[in-house]
Design a protein around this ligand. Structure first.
Ligand code: B1M
Length: 211
């Protein structure tokens, strides 16, 4: 499989137009969309995070790298999403209250759609009330919670506690993920499962619905 290091560099340097053009060319050459995401884009964002931690990058750099990744993902998303298949289940997904990170959540949503799920995307900065309303009103079988900040992770626990408080916990499977989230945290708060990437989130959702 050919490498597309220039895509890695474009995301790292926040060059949205280049990222899009390289992705377009790579796809035309038959590159595997998932490998472009996993091998070039996600690794670039991990390096962006490392540079942020070491004060080489600041918030504006995070923003322009995120914009570059989104520009490239726009081309890839339709390839991850199958159409015309009977949904295997209904998922509502969102990034928890106080958290604006949505690249990972969008990727998980796209892969779930690709895996045959009908997806209700609740967006970012989603309140506990909004997650609960989705369970009540949208008839979802799986609720997906994403968090990228250690400070917003407790919002996940809040959703599960409110589901219990309102007698809705048995109605829905709760899956969680995001860079600081772990299987231990999922066990601690009583989530049904944790996934560390978009593909494993799809496998997890299918496994929970089959159980
Ligand atoms: Co922010 N940020 N950020 N940021 N940012 C992180 C998360 C950070 C780790 C950077 C660092 O210090 N190294 C750090 C958090 C530290 C911590 O909490 N311990 C951080 C910080 C501190 C902040 C601010 C507080 C900075 C500031 O203002 N001083 C601020 C907070 C804003 C807020 O949310 N309230 C902030 C802001 C931003 C931007 C807005 C500038 C931008 C986000 C743009 C956007 O998303 N639209 C941004 C970015 C880009 C990042 C990094 C660099 C990259 C995140 C990303 O998109 N990764 C990030 C560093 C890092 O993560 N290494 C960082 C790529 C993406 C594909 O991966 O989201 O992990 P990820 O998703 C993966 C998996 O985690 C998993 O699957 C995905 C695909 O494989 N997954 C799930 C995700 N959700 C899932 C749900 C599931 C299952 C799997 O089930 C439901």
């Amino acid at each position: 499989m050919k490498e597309y290091k220039e895509l890695y560099t474009a995301v790292l340097e926040g060059k949205a137009k280049d990222a899009r053009a390289i992705t377009e060319k790579a796809l035309a050459e038959g590159a595997d969309p998932k490998q472009l995401v996993d091998r070039e884009m996600i690794t670039a964002m991990a390096e962006v995070g490392r540079r942020f931690e070491t004060n080489e990058y600041f918030v504006p750099e995070l923003l322009i790298s995120a914009r570059a990744m989104k520009a490239a993902l726009e081309l890839i998303k339709p390839l991850l999403v199958k159409s015309g298949v009977q949904p295997v289940g209904r998922v509502a997904i969102g990034t928890v209250k106080g958290d604006l990170h949505d690249i990972g959540k969008n990727l998980v949503a796209a892969m779930l759609e690709g895996g045959g799920f009908e997806v209700v995307d609740l967006g970012v900065d989603v309140s506990i009330e909004k997650f609960i309303a989705a369970v009540k009103e949208k008839n979802v079988e799986v609720l997906g919670l994403s968090a990228l900040l250690t400070t917003t992770m407790p919002g996940m626990k809040g959703v599960i506690e409110d589901l219990k408080g309102q007698g809705l916990r048995e109605k829905v499977k709760v899956i969680i993920g995001g860079a600081p989230v772990t299987q231990n945290y999922a066990n601690e708060i009583g989530a049904d499962g944790y996934a560390d990437n978009a593909s494993s989130a799809v496998a997890l959702a299918k496994q929970l619905l089959a159980a």
